[in-house]
Design a protein around this ligand. Structure first.
Ligand code: CCH
Length: 285
């Protein structure tokens, strides 16, 4: 490439609208889970970002360190290889995109293409080495309650309203015994981004699941849907519950607040280049 300007940073050489379309093309697969990689893409973007510690300004999506065995191997990240492996061909196709940008963008594409709100996103994260991986234990433990959830998310810099909005992502996907030990989807439409996490949480009677696995809840009526102990904290804790009731009653309010909190999550600790543009991608058909 005789004419390429060597000083152009690699993040500027990527057509992100094109990457968006290609990620969207990887979502559907009738042989995977409920037919979509979208939920596990959202979980990958969140776990890549949710290691942030505002005090030490370490962790977060910058660095793309979740791809390194030292971090990929944290128990909370079990199963995320399915998402990374699915995205790997795009890293080959667009060698100038950082893993950190690719993984966070995949979360944005999944939210939008599964029917959720538009999420503002910026490129410019840079990949780092295995030495930059965060220590284990920064992501939430699903068997715990409101105090633990607050400790984890306050450490990132979120407030109760933002935490309650973020957990609405549990409208998507399911738990896998082979990954977390827990089992089942949260509702009947795990490949659609909806406010059903809140409506199911409030409207069902949740009873302990009778099994040999870790303690979790199932809905009394059908036994098909699940809640984690940490999910149930959003019903029991009166401050969280205010927002659960609001989002259950008002899907637009949920979409607006989720979009803001999710965009913030994906940017925690990232030092963006000054000229990095903000994208608001158009959702495809
Ligand atoms: Fe989550 N989540 N999450 N979660 N999560 C799991 C699955 C998904 C917790 C625990 C679990 C967020 C917050 C929390 C998704 C998005 C978000 C699983 C099952 C556990 C356990 C993993 C498995 O077995 O495959 C806990 C605890 C918290 C907070 O306290 C936030 C925030 C987000 C995104 C904004 C998505 C999506 C899934 C489904 C993944 C899939 O593969 O279907």
């Amino acid at each position: 490439y005789f004419y390429s300007n060597e000083t152009t940073p690699s993040w500027k050489k990527v057509n992100y609208n094109s990457v968006y379309k290609d990620i969207a093309g990887l979502l559907e697969d009738e042989d995977y889970d409920d037919g979509s990689y979208g939920p596990v893409f959202v979980r990958l973007a969140w776990h890549a970002s949710g290691t942030y510690d505002k005090k030490t300004r370490t962790g977060g999506s910058d660095g793309g360190t979740i791809r390194h065995p030292a971090e990929a191997g944290h128990g909370a990240n079990n199963g995320l290889e399915h998402a990374r492996d699915r995205l790997e061909p795009l890293k080959k196709q667009y060698p100038n995109i950082s893993y950190a940008d690719l993984y966070t963008l995949a979360g944005v594409v999944a939210v939008q293409e599964l029917g959720g709100p538009t999420v503002r996103w910026r490129p410019g994260r840079e990949d780092k080495t295995e030495a930059d991986c965060t220590p284990d234990g920064r992501l939430p433990d699903a068997s715990q309650g409101a105090d633990h959830v607050r400790d984890i998310f306050y450490r990132m810099g979120f407030n109760d309203q933002e935490i309650a909005a973020l957990v609405g992502a549990h409208a998507l996907g399911r738990c896998h015994t082979s990954r977390s030990g827990f089992e089942g989807p949260w509702n009947a439409s795990p490949t659609s981004f909806t406010n059903f996490f809140y409506t199911e949480l409030l409207n069902n009677t949740w009873v302990p699941k009778k099994w040999n696995g870790p303690f979790q809840y199932v809905d009394k009526q059908s036994g098909q849907f699940m809640m984690l102990p940490a999910d149930m904290a959003f019903k029991k804790d009166s401050e969280f519950r205010k927002y659960v009731e609001k989002y259950a009653a008002d899907q637009d309010a949920f979409f607006e607040d989720f979009a803001k909190a999710f965009a913030k999550l994906l940017e925690l600790g990232v030092k963006f280049p000054e000229d990095a543009p903000v994208y608001e991608f158009k959702t495809l058909e």
